[in-house]
Design a protein around this ligand. Structure first.
Ligand code: LLP
Length: 414
């Protein structure tokens, strides 16, 4: 299924021309396809067939309530990393009993809130966190369901900023310390040991890092069982890469085949935390060319979206496809697609061969994941609108911020 395609020379989202969306909701604007999200979820989920499993969408990829609701309606669970994300999931109709809580810095208030909401599991990342959780659960008179996030020391071979499974990273419990910490956890009166958790990085292109870390985790699962600590689930985290340009990607069926073979008939529920795979290619950022500035060295197309809307190019040198919403026959040239923010790192794409005129609409592709969710108000720029297209209908699911909203929490000195 192609969510975004040309119809009569005009780029459309499902059945709605993007020019119509720009006219109705303005630019910059994120546009998501409901059908694309649903189809990615079904591809991932069905790959595990009838094996007991739970997909917990990583909310950080795109936390818009409408996106969460689309996934909740399909039965998705959620991986959250803050109290704020948990509240979003609940507000979007998600089921707290299908929520896992990851992250290295859970506060006491977040722990209490998650316990009271009845989440499925805490993915605990350190010995201190385990002790704090035990104490907090004791105070509310509950037992906290726990998985230990183990750091398998596997190279995910992805961008260093999004690699998480190496010994040098801040994430998880060192593999060699895990056994002792499990024994300690099993002895605590307000902790209930449920599983083991992994997440080695994001935008992983090959299968090998997933296999290597799963193998290591299963060795631990078996050692624990021999010790009388029987786990109910294994959470493999997220990380499946998507195609931004020409990357090799792992098909969910290949991934599932490898995981299912490794797990064999161990009586474990399988949990996954995909983020980017479910939403990354289901969204684009619609922007308008404000000015064309031709120079002797470089030509700049200054658009109305910027690094505050899509940080990935500035932060990771990430590549996003750029398409003209209405292709022009006029001769093309190489453009630097840049925003109005006062930073030289404010670029969305470099050296793109396009035929452009001022006022043209451009689509920055693969902007469904880690785009709006990483946006900011830098330069006092109101955040973009968000629209979900569903067949012939376009729904505004987040209104464009107003400049006044940006300073409504501030006050002058008396
Ligand atoms: N589970 C945990 C514990 C995570 O930390 C993450 C992502 C995921 C699941 C989902 O990973 P995914 O399936 O989306 O790869 N801002 C970066 C990506 C950071 C990912 C952080 N953790 C980017 O724009 O590429």
């Amino acid at each position: 299924m192609t969510a975004f395609d040309y119809r009569d020379g005009e780029l459309a989202a499902e059945e709605v021309p993007l020019a119509e969306i720009a006219a109705r909701f303005g630019t910059p604007c994120f546009v998501y396809s409901r059908a694309a999200i649903e189809s990615a979820f079904r591809r991932f989920d069905s790959a595990f067939g009838i094996r007991d499993h739970l997909v917990c969408y990583a909310v950080k990829a795109n936390a818009n309530l409408a996106v969460l609701n689309i996934l909740a309606r399909l039965g998705s669970g959620f991986d959250v990393v803050s109290g704020g994300e948990l509240l979003r999931v609940i507000a979007a109709g998600g089921d707290a009993a299908k929520v896992v809580f990851s992250g290295v810095g859970k506060s006491e208030a977040e722990m209490r809130q998650a316990l009271e909401r009845g989440i499925r599991c805490f993915n605990v990342e350190s010995a201190s966190e385990l002790d704090r959780l035990d104490a907090v659960a004791g105070r509310v008179g509950m037992r906290a369901p726990v998985s230990l996030r183990v750091n398998p020391d596997v190279d995910a071979k992805t961008h260093p900023y999004i690699s998480t499974g190496l010994r040098e990273n801040k994430f998880g419990i060192a593999f060699d310390d895990a056994l002792a910490l499990y024994r300690h956890a099993a002895s605590r009166s307000h902790i209930s040991v449920r599983g083991i958790d992994l997440h080695i990085g994001s935008q992983i292109e090959g299968l090998a890092p997933h296999v290597e870390s799963a193998q290591k985790a299963l060795v631990l699962v078996d050692r624990l069982a021999a010790d009388g600590i029987r786990l109910e689930h294994i959470d493999f985290g997220g990380g499946l890469g998507i195609r931004y340009r020409d990357e090799e990607t792992v098909d969910p069926y290949e991934y599932a085949f490898a995981i299912l073979r490794l797990v064999g008939n161990r009586p474990l529920q399988l949990i996954f935390e995909p983020g980017r795979f479910l939403v990354g290619n289901a969204g684009l950022l619609l922007t308008r060319v404000e000015y064309l500035k031709r120079g002797t060295e470089r030509n700049f197309a200054i658009v109305d979206a910027a690094m505050n809307d899509l940080l990935r190019p500035a932060l990771y040198d990430a590549w996003h496809g750029v398409c003209a919403v209405r292709a022009r026959p006029t001769p093309s040239r190489l453009w630097q697609i840049v925003g109005p923010v006062c930073e030289s790192a404010d670029f969305l794409a470099r050296d793109r061969d396009l035929a452009l005129e001022e006022g043209d609409l451009l689509a920055i592709l693969s902007a469904g994941a880690y785009a709006m969710s990483m946006s900011s108000n830098y330069n006092s720029r109101p955040r973009a609108a968000e629209v979900v297209v569903d067949g012939k209908s376009a729904h505004l699911v987040r209104h464009r911020e107003t400049p006044e909203e940006l300073f409504e929490r501030e006050s002058l000195l008396p």
